[in-house]
Design a protein around this ligand. Structure first.
Ligand code: 4AD
Length: 457
């Protein structure tokens, strides 16, 4: 269907005086004595296009007015009365899809909670128009950042036989339904599709390391799946994961890449999504633009875990979870560090080895590993990363300490046998950086179809 995008009409003054065909859904409409006005949106722009109807040219406009109706309009582009906006004087209108009165988006502003109950329709709201556009621009920026810094884009498998994080959050993949025919788990899986236990990947890191050991610098950008029971504002069962892996790198190098990537993505979104950021500043988070500009202009803090524990212990606050060396940082601790102490992003480094994964580089102190989490105000952790243990003996002992099956990780172990080099990488939760850039507080509102415990459609 040949037509011109609303965005082109709004931004291209050379179209003034010409006839265009435009399609879209009615956001609002207003009928007055001789004239009627329709705000039409086709999804290419956060701003709507005003269609002006001179009622003397149409016998009956009642079908063209209900909110949600899909229209095709042929008309002349003219300069509008306010704010240099252009509008279209309608000559011909046809209804592509009628929309009855039970359309749930009739109200001016629906709550985000209500919109979660209609994920198939909420894309037609300003909020989701803006969020999904920021997602799209940020995704392109991520690819551009890595591509222009010699990283190779790798697609790691989603079906996997290993658990990267070892946190027991793997969704099982099986083709056998309920059955009492098997006497043990082993027997069950031996009869299953792959002949062994399989699941959905929680992270592409282990395969990313394989690729980095030949291609030097790689990144993945795809979904990860976690059967997390935690029903929080920042966890979903299916999230998009950006995972660079860098050969010939130590923890400092990993931190440098993480910081420069975040700054790049934020400045690209600021440049390409000004209207969307104005919208979020107005409706989601006052001061959003300043916050983002500060990220671009200032270095992030780097804070040793041991120092973080000291700061928390000396804090004049009663935390729900007690703070002592060796504990995992809870959301309240992360927020205190990044929001109250530093008020900027903080890389916490060198965590106790007991609370981190088997693959992390063991520090000479024998107690900590060369890991880092990036904490940001308002959201908490958005990145988890580390230098990897490249020493075969140390890796094997870390795996044995955790009672892991070495045979399941034989490829990974081989990497330490054949030309092992210092290397590292990180995982960025894509939804979490979208939350940060939009000021949206619930991760369910930055995805098209969020999957959480007890909720899939
Ligand atoms: O800290 P995580 O578990 O690290 C890894 O998976 C490493 N293998 C990454 C690597 O080094 N290549 O997860 C990384 C990030 C978290 O910081 C968080 O932003 C996001 O992934 N994340 C989630 N986002 C939404 N919902 C969930 N359930 C998430 N779990 C992790």
């Amino acid at each position: 269907m040949k037509h011109t995008d609303v965005k082109e009409i709004l931004l291209n003054p050379s179209l003034i005086g010409t006839d265009v065909t435009v399609c879209g859904w009615i956001r609002t409409s207003r009928d007055s004595k001789n004239m009627a006005f329709i705000e039409l949106n086709d999804g290419t722009s956060l701003k709507h296009l005003q269609i002006v109807i001179d009622k003397s040219n149409f016998s009956d406009i009642s079908d063209y007015m209900p909110g949600g109706t899909a229209l095709k309009v042929i008309g002349t582009v003219v300069e509008g009365a306010v704010n240099n906006a252009v509008e279209v004087n309608a000559k011909e209108i046809s209804v592509l899809g009628a929309c009855p009165g039970d359309y749930p988006l009739q109200k001016k502003r629906c709550s985000l909670e209500f919109l979660r109950t209609i994920p198939h329709l909420r894309v037609r709201t300003n909020t989701f128009n803006a969020v999904l556009r920021v997602r799209s621009v940020a995704a392109a920026a991520i690819h551009r950042y890595f591509q222009s810094n010699n990283f190779v884009y790798i697609n790691t498998p989603l079906l996997t036989a290993s658990d990267c994080e070892g946190a027991g959050e793997v969704f099982k993949v099986t083709t056998i339904g309920y059955s009492d025919k098997y006497k043990s788990e082993e027997e069950y899986y031996a009869d299953d599709f792959f002949g062994k236990k399989a699941g959905l990947s929680v992270s592409g890191q282990l395969e990313g390391e394989v690729a980095a050991m030949g291609l030097g610098k790689i990144y993945t950008f795809g979904p990860s799946f976690r059967a997390e029971k935690s029903n929080t504002q920042r966890h979903v069962a299916e999230f998009w994961h950006v995972e660079p892996e860098i050969a010939f790198a130590e923890l400092d190098d990993v931190i440098e890449v993480a910081q420069s990537m975040i700054k790049y993505v934020i400045s690209d979104v600021m440049e390409k999504c000004p209207q969307e950021l104005d919208f979020f500043e107005k409706f989601m988070q006052k001061g959003l633009r300043n916050k983002l500009q500060n990220i671009i202009d200032n270095d992030f803090e780097v804070l040793d875990y041991t120092k973080a524990i000291e700061l928390l212990q000396n804090a004049d606050v009663k935390f729900q979870y007690p703070v002592e060396w060796g504990c995992d940082l809870q959301t309240e601790h992360e927020r205190y560090i990044t929001e109250k102490i530093f008020n900027k992003p903080v890389f916490v480094t060198n965590y106790p080895k007991e609370i981190k994964s088997f693959y992390m580089k063991q520090n000479p102190d024998g107690k900590t590993v060369a890991a880092t989490d990036l904490l940001v105000p308002g959201v908490g952790e958005i990145i988890g990363g580390s230098q990897r243990e490249e020493d075969l003996g140390k890796l094997l002992s870390a795996m044995e300490e955790r009672g892991m099956s070495l045979s399941e990780y034989s490829d990974y172990i081989d990497l330490r046998k054949f030309g092992s080099v210092p290397h590292g990488g990180f995982g960025l939760g894509f939804e979490r950086i979208i939350m940060y850039m939009t000021g949206i507080e619930n991760i369910r509102d930055v995805q098209l179809y969020p999957r959480t415990v007890g909720n899939i459609r």
